[in-house]
Design a protein around this ligand. Structure first.
Ligand code: AMP
Length: 270
């Protein structure tokens, strides 16, 4: 695996490759990331994994500061997986050139965009930069961050003529979706997160059988989860899978949640 830290070097290295699979990450590599990397490798394309903790998508300084980092371990995992390139640029390099600014309109200011002001604008900004550097044919992203996937499809897929491969959420045995932020939680809180995930998985199942009743029950579930697990729920909503509109249970839908547990924000969807 070649580790590349500058845009200049990366350009030199990849200019002759047409079939590039790109897996953008913020590090803390776990089995969720690994599933995206394996999907790219299956296509027999050159795989580039980036590790870049993008400061502009953190709406709180402290959140950026305490985001888990373990580059040594990450490199060891990526080497073992035979990744072709690890791209690990500096903030200065990524933000050196001028690039389009994104502003979300009212109808996209839902779910995480409602409470994390500027977050997705930061995500779109950095993805616009990374994609213009890498020009991959395929991009691999996780359904775990469903709204992010949706917005990148909406704003960037046509511009870069990139195929966006959405990969299913990988969970640990106890149902919790893998996330780098899980490292900030101890066993006690992870157990709570696991119970919450199980309840929501069952709620999603129930909603398929009795949609309107489940929709009516949703506010009660919110109160129940908040009091039982001492968490603060930002949102708990059923939304249409295709356009993220409040769902009418006619099309495919998902149950979306974001909550704070011991000051750590977790998101998931079922
Ligand atoms: P992150 O490093 O958290 O920014 O995530 C990098 C990519 O990995 C994003 O496309 C995420 O959606 C994806 N990802 C994160 N966690 C999981 C998971 N548990 N299962 C599948 N994909 C994931």
């Amino acid at each position: 695996m070649k580790i590349i830290t500058s845009i200049f070097d990366l350009n030199k290295e990849i200019k002759n490759y047409k079939n590039i699979g790109f897996v953008p990450t913020m590090g803390g590599i776990h089995a969720g990331h690994v599933s995206l990397i394996k999907a790219s490798q299956k296509k027999k394309s050159k795989t580039i994994v980036s590790i870049f903790i993008n400061p502009t998508q953190f709406n709180k300084k402290n959140d950026f500061k305490k985001y888990p980092r373990n580059i040594k371990k990450d490199i060891a995992i990526l080497k073992k997986l035979n990744v072709d390139y690890l791209f690990k640029p500096s903030v200065k390099d990524v933000y050196r050139f001028k690039s389009k600014k994104f502003n979300l309109k009212k109808n996209d200011k839902i779910l995480c965009a409602k409470s994390r002001n500027g977050h997705f604008e930061g995500v779109l900004n950095v993805m616009n930069r990374l994609m213009s550097i890498i020009k991959s044919k395929d991009l691999y992203m996780g359904e775990k961050d469903y709204q992010q996937l949706y917005l990148i499809k909406k704003f960037l897929s046509k511009k870069f003529r990139v195929r966006i491969n959405s990969c299913p959420t990988i969970r640990i045995k106890n149902n919790v979706a893998l996330s780098t932020r899980n490292k900030l939680l101890n066993k006690k809180y992870l157990k709570k997160a696991s119970e919450i995930a199980l309840i929501l998985r069952n709620l999603k199942r129930k909603s398929k059988l009795q949609p309107s009743k489940t929709a009516l029950d949703l506010p009660n579930y919110k109160i129940l989860l908040e009091t039982k697990y001492n968490i603060k729920i930002d949102y708990l909503e059923f939304r249409d899978e295709k356009n993220l509109k409040i769902n009418n249970f006619k099309n495919k839908f998902r149950l979306f949640i974001a909550y704070n547990i011991n000051k750590v924000r977790l998101i998931d969807n079922f």
